[in-house]
Design a protein around this ligand. Structure first.
Ligand code: ASP
Length: 427
């Protein structure tokens, strides 16, 4: 399989989709016409949807197999606990940094100033689970049900338990681990097969999306949009840049280059979960994080680490408070940091969930939940951008953990030929 230029083609597919989709929107093509019916809604939307479905198809088996493998190799000798705590700590830390940045910038810029809303807007928030239910819901009573429903936190808990048990089962465990490793290779091969058609998939997804929404919604909420986008960029470049450069001690430029296709997938699918197969492949084979670390940190990150989402929630909270002329105290700010950081654990890596979890944050500080109605119009595009940040954060933390555990293959990271290749062998 010659996959050179794959990265470039994915990025071209992404931009072409945005440009052509926006053109169709700008020309106001009738949704009743034959062009729309056959081409946009018929052909392109269908291919785009099949592409996303195929990515999602791999997620549950991949998370289970890869985490069970990872946990089984870390399980022996207390490594699991150490790596687990380190990973969890770093994910929570980067999310707290992200939301602090968001609150600081939003407070200075004040994107909601002058909106003068009173609480009579109509937005019925979906019911959000309480914090207690969120915690209880992490533990599965039926692993098959968890898998069938795609409840990733429950699948993660089950996979880690299986992995730890494998590591304690001696010879039997060794046999099962080998089988799981074989399955891991097969699933990764499916990922690679899918990657080879990715430029077309990404193009179809984006053209049909932008043909429907264009950029029109942005103009009304331009300041809010720009503040969220600006903080996302700041966190992406500065926070991750510093972490990668000074904590992982690797070249940030190479890091970003290697991550480019992953970001494009995140942007196109708006789903950390759907992007997970590509994130895992990249972190392992292009960044050089050893399998036992990557297979643990990446699936966990795709499920619980949502820095971009936390940024949107921080800016949105300040925006809504200001739009309704409500003053937030210092304690409110601290409460937002705490709630948004914890809420990011419960936020599923699928499109739009960040907005639902925002209701939980607003509720905690007594802000009107219907304020979400003000920002919903631009959330689709921001969702795409924040998902790119979410998946990059998973990779940055994986690199830090791998470096600190001496499980980082510098030869892979520094190998220039790797950029455009899809590596065939997974170990
Ligand atoms: N779409 C985001 C993700 O999958 C979650 C969100 O912010 O809605 O990472």
């Amino acid at each position: 399989m010659d996959h050179s230029k794959l990265t470039r083609n994915i990025v071209i597919g992404m931009f072409a989709g945005i440009v052509f989709g926006s053109l169709i929107y700008a020309f106001d093509v009738s949704e009743d016409g034959i062009f729309w019916g056959l081409i946009v809604d018929g052909l392109l939307d269908t291919i785009g949807k099949i592409f996303i479905i195929s990515l999602k198809l791999l997620v549950v088996p991949l998370v289970f197999v890869s985490l069970a493998c990872g946990a089984s190799s870390l399980g022996s000798g207390g490594g699991m606990g150490r790596v687990g705590l380190k990973t969890l700590g770093l994910y929570l830390f980067t999310t707290a940094v992200a939301i602090t940045l968001a609150l600081s910038v939003a407070t200075v810029v004040d994107p909601g100033a002058g909106m003068d809303r009173t609480t009579d807007s109509v937005f019925i928030a979906k019911e959000t689970p309480s914090l207690k239910d969120t915690v209880i819901n992490i533990f599965p009573s039926n692993p098959l049900k968890a898998m069938a429903e795609g409840n990733m936190l429950q699948v993660i808990v089950f996979a880690i338990l299986v992995g730890v048990a494998i590591s304690k089962c001696g010879e039997v465990g060794e046999r099962v681990r080998e089988t799981l490793n074989d399955w891991n290779e097969i699933i990764m091969m499916m990922v690679m097969m899918l990657m080879s058609v990715a430029p077309y998939g990404v193009f179809c997804l984006l053209i049909s999306l932008f043909a429907r929404m264009g950029f029109s919604a942005i103009s009304e909420l331009i300041v809010y949009f720009l503040v969220v986008a600006g903080v996302l960029l700041l966190h992406f470049l500065v926070s991750y840049g510093l972490i990668v450069r000074f904590i992982a001690n690797i070249n940030p430029v190479t890091f970003y280059k290697r991550m480019a296709p992953v970001m494009a997938y995140g942007f196109s699918t708006s789903s950390s979960n759907a992007t997970l197969p590509i994130t895992l492949e990249t972190v392992e084979h292009k960044l050089g994080v050893k399998k036992e670390i990557a297979s643990f940190t990446v699936p966990l990150g795709a499920t619980i680490n949502m820095d971009g989402t936390a940024i949107m929630q921080g800016v949105a909270t300040v925006f809504i408070a200001s739009a309704y002329n409500i003053d937030m105290s210092f304690t409110d700010y601290l409460l937002v940091i705490l709630t948004a950081t914890l809420a990011s654990i419960g936020t599923a890596g699928v499109p739009g969930v960040g907005l639902i979890m925002l209701a939980l944050v607003l509720d905690q500080v007594g802000l009107p939940v219907e304020g979400i109605g003000l920002i919903i119009g631009v959330d689709r595009l921001l969702d795409m951008m924040r998902t790119s940040v979410n998946v990059t954060g998973d990779a940055a933390v994986s690199a830090v953990v791998a470096r600190s555990e001496n499980k980082f293959d510098m030869a892979v990271f520094e190998d220039n030929r790797i950029q455009d290749q899809v590596v065939q062998k997974s170990s």
